[in-house]
Design a binder for this molecule. Structure first.
Ligand SMILES: [Ca+2]
Ligand SMILES: [Ca+2]
Length: 107
C-alpha cells in the first residue's frame, strides 16, 4: 500500500509504501503550501523573558489598554497580539484574560 503524506515543515509530499516487499519512499515539493515555522514565542510571555509568570501581568494589561505604550516599553515584541492571544481565537482582546489567568495558575 502506498500513502502520500504532506510534511508541512519541509513543505513536501512524501510517498511511502511497500512495493513487492520493498519499502520505497519519494519526496515531492508541495506547491502552494508554505513552510510552517514554529512560533518564536511563548503564549502569554508578554515581557519576552521566555517565561510565563506574574511578571507578564503588567505587560498583558498594558498591551490591552495602551498598545502604543506597550510597544515603547517592549519594542522588540511587535508580535504581542499573537503572544497575548492566549485563548487562540485569532484575536487579542479582553477575552484572553481568563485564559491568561489559567495559564498563570498552571505555572
Ligand atoms: Ca515573561
Ligand atoms: Ca484571543
Amino acid at each position: 500500500m502506498i500513502r502520500w503524506l504532506l510534511h508541512r515543515e519541509t513543505a513536501a509530499w512524501w510517498m511511502v509504501g511497500v512495493v513487492a516487499g520493498v519499502l520505497v519512499g519519494l519526496t515531492v515539493p508541495a506547491v502552494g503550501f508554505a513552510k510552517v515555522d514554529p512560533p518564536k514565542f511563548m503564549l502569554g510571555d508578554m515581557n519576552g523573558d521566555e517565561l510565563v509568570d506574574n511578571f507578564d501581568i503588567i505587560g498583558m494589561e498594558l498591551a490591552l489598554t495602551d498598545p502604543d505604550a506597550y510597544v515603547k516599553l517592549y519594542p522588540r515584541l511587535t508580535d504581542y497580539k499573537k503572544r497575548g492571544d492566549v485563548n487562540q481565537d485569532g484575536m487579542f482582546n479582553n477575552f484572553d484574560l481568563s485564559a491568561f489567568e489559567e495559564l498563570l495558575k498552571e505555572k
